[in-house]
Design a binder for this molecule. Structure first.
Ligand code: FES
Length: 169
């Protein structure tokens, strides 16, 4: 076998190994993408939150990056937008009353986001949620879904104690 022929064989062998390594790398990358179909992003995108079990019946879990609260209604986890449907103030959860109370003009929403009182034209808005392949709740903050009209009652959750905001509003 001539030296030239040996060089050529070695070159082709290396080329084959490089191609195989590239294909294996591309396959691994594709598999990783399939396993992780919903990358976590900032507000305005899809945000990875918590395991659904963390959201207990009657509990409220704040997800600050998603500007939302996770609550359980009819055994389903839903995400309530923190943005007040009146003029957009951030609505905190009041531990003592067990309700969401807007500090700006006194609108009140129950634990399910239903409008209870005040100037807000509807209940709290929602974000779509999905359980990912990793078993975590993902919140799509790309667009909000209008809250329920006043008078809607999705949960039986009357105030459990004194309000955080003043009754004078
Ligand atoms: S902004 Fe919430 S009641 Fe006005």
């Amino acid at each position: 076998m001539t030296t030239e022929l040996m060089k050529r064989r070695r070159f082709l062998s290396n080329l084959w190994k490089t191609g195989a390594a590239f294909i294996a790398g591309a396959g691994a990358w594709t598999t990783w993408d399939l396993i992780n179909p919903l990358p976590s992003t900032g507000f305005g995108g899809v945000i990875r939150a918590v395991k659904p079990e963390v959201v207990t019946e009657g509990g409220v879990v704040e997800v600050a990056t998603a500007r939302s609260y996770l609550v359980r209604v009819d055994d389903e986890v839903i995400a309530l937008s923190q943005k007040c449907t009146h003029l957009g103030c951030r609505v905190p959860f009041c531990e003592s009353s067990g309700q969401f109370e807007c500090p700006c003009h006194g609108s009140v929403f129950n634990r399910g986001g239903d409008h209870v009182k005040g100037a807000a034209p509807r209940g709290m808005d929602f974000f779509a949620v999905e359980i990912g392949d990793d078993g975590l709740v993902y919140i799509d903050t790309g667009h909000s879904i209008d809250g329920n009209p006043p008078g809607t009652s999705t949960v039986d959750a009357p105030p459990i104690g004194p309000r955080c905001t003043e009754e004078a509003h």
